[in-house]
Design a protein around this ligand. Structure first.
Ligand code: SAM
Length: 243
């Protein structure tokens, strides 16, 4: 089985198994606590007339919020079951959803041919890939961005692993997380100090980075909502100087 098929099997299994009950999807935060805060960080760097691609959009919760702020938004996913949920639950006039494996630079290139340069939003996707697949995913992102697009990513940080260990030790595994593990989805870690090697400065310009969190739908017995330590980065492709 190719690694891409491994992701497809696991994620299609995950998205296909959901009943639609509230709180089933661990990271499915209200956009007021997710995309809205992200947007406040990256909006000023983007041209809102360019399309925005929500890469690995899941059920489209954040995508439909982002559609209020860009001329056109396209949510892309490896899992057809996620695309189906997004189309049903998070439709918007200027939003559409389609299957795209981020590990296919060829398909990313075809989408770029179709829509031109695009901004890319990516929440909690890159760290789900095995480190050996990061370079291919970034090749796809590069194609989607073209010369004018801006990438915003928010991914778990180096503090996430000890955070989860402590959380599970104190309270046991949150049910939403256990559901992810049932589908053999094992997050590969990606750390903020990998940014420079993943997005080398001869190909990318880092516009801004800093600490963040991925808000979840899981509430602890203390009443606190679990927010997993994360980091964000805003990047664009390096502009080549004319000779
Ligand atoms: C943790 S979820 C985040 C979903 C969404 N970004 C959000 O914040 O609600 C990671 C998503 O990445 C998708 N994904 C995993 N591997 C992928 C791949 N190779 N190409 C595209 N999407 C992928 C999964 O199906 C899943 O929906």
């Amino acid at each position: 089985m190719t690694s891409a098929n491994r992701y497809l099997t696991s994620w299609e299994g995950f998205w296909g198994s959901l009943s639609g009950a509230p709180g089933e999807v661990f990271w499915d935060a209200d956009p007021a606590h997710a995309a809205e805060q992200d947007l406040a960080l990256f909006q000023d760097y983007t041209d809102p007339q360019l399309p925005l691609i929500d890469l690995g959009c899941g059920n489209g919760t954040q995508t439909s919020y982002l559609a209020n702020h860009f001329a056109r938004v396209i949510g892309t996913e490896i899992a057809p079951a996620a695309v189906e949920i997004a189309r049903t639950k998070n439709a918007a006039l200027n939003a559409s959803y389609r299957v795209l494996d981020v590990l296919s630079p060829h398909d990313a290139g075809a989408l770029h041919e179709e829509i031109g340069d695009a901004n890319v939003y990516m929440r909690a996707v890159l760290h789900q890939l095995s480190p050996s697949d990061h370079a291919t995913a970034i090749q796809s992102i590069e194609r989607l961005l073209g010369a004018r697009g801006v990438l915003y990513l928010v991914e778990l940080s180096s503090k996430a692993e000890p955070f989860f260990a402590r959380l599970i030790e104190q309270y046991g595994p949150p049910p939403g997380l256990a559901r992810v593990f049932q589908h053999q989805i094992t997050p590969g870690m990606l750390h903020e100090n990998n940014l420079e090697s993943l997005f080398p400065s001869d190909r990318f310009t880092l516009l801004r980075t800093g600490p963040s969190h991925i808000r979840t739908v899981h509430t602890l017995p203390t009443g606190e909502v679990v927010q997993v330590p994360a980091f964000y980065a805003i990047l664009r492709r390096r502009q080549r100087q004319p000779r």
